[in-house]
Design a protein around this ligand. Structure first.
Ligand code: DX5
Ligand code: ZN
Length: 215
């Protein structure tokens, strides 16, 4: 059980596919962090980059939209090849409507919540989405330290649903294993994967450390 979603935010953007190719054989999905400089202070990349990567790989695109009013861009991200759109409850005026729109466009939908947002904010949607993304750092930047309070939050959601729970931020062998214990199944990993010298070896180490069997 469990799977790793490499976050390309930590990859070398001047050789993006070069880095993706180091993990491509070993994973099923790729985590794409879209940041707009509004919902989060940082700007990362958007549709043109995703479209280019789509031309090179068939991996499932787990697209994490850290953008205000994501409803405006559902069609755009579908058109460039996203398989799943995860939106923040803090960024949506009507989260239910956005989830429906994503499904109507033929994609899987996810809801995300920031570390300081009450778990209650996602509870109305957890059985209507394919994933609940529990942020384990404040979104906006890679390479931050895992917030231990994430564990109780994951447990609380896991107690209520069978929907996949994904954790994102500061995940390595140790924090990943703790999250797995709490009920997380998908582990977004940026720095602890692309930041290590031998990326394919790191994938194996992370899988073993977290306790993930198979892919
Ligand atoms: C943070 C992003 C994360 C980030 C994780 O806002 O959502 O996906 O890339 O990176 P690490 O693993 O470096 O914390
Ligand atoms: Zn992310």
């Amino acid at each position: 059980m469990g799977r790793i979603a490499p976050s390309i935010l930590a990859a070398d953007f001047s050789d993006l596919y070069g880095d993706i190719s180091k993990v491509e054989e070993g994973v099923d999905l790729l985590h794409l962090d879209v940041m707009d400089g509004q919902f989060v202070p940082n700007i990362s990349f958007g549709q043109p980059v995703i479209a280019s990567v789509r031309e090179r790989t068939d991996l499932y695109f787990d697209t994490h939209l850290m953008i205000d009013r994501p409803s405006r861009y559902v069609e755009d991200f579908r058109d460039v090849g996203a398989d799943r759109l995860t939106v923040h409850v803090e960024a949506c005026a009507d989260t239910q409507a956005v989830v429906e729109k994503i499904h109507d466009h033929g994609m899987d939908a996810g809801v995300a919540l920031n570390p300081d947002t009450d778990v209650e904010a996602v509870e109305p949607f957890i059985d209507d989405v394919e994933v609940v993304l529990v942020m384990s750092v404040q979104p906006g930047f890679g390479g931050q330290s895992f917030k231990p309070k994430t564990l109780d939050r994951v447990e609380r959601i896991a107690d209520q649903t069978d929907t996949e729970i994904e954790v994102d931020g500061g995940i390595d062998e140790e924090t990943g294993a703790q999250c797995a214990e709490a009920g997380a199944e998908t582990f977004v990993i940026g720095s602890s994967l692309f930041g290590r010298k031998n990326v394919p070896a790191a994938l194996g180490e992370l899988r073993e450390g977290i306790g993930i069997e198979g892919r």
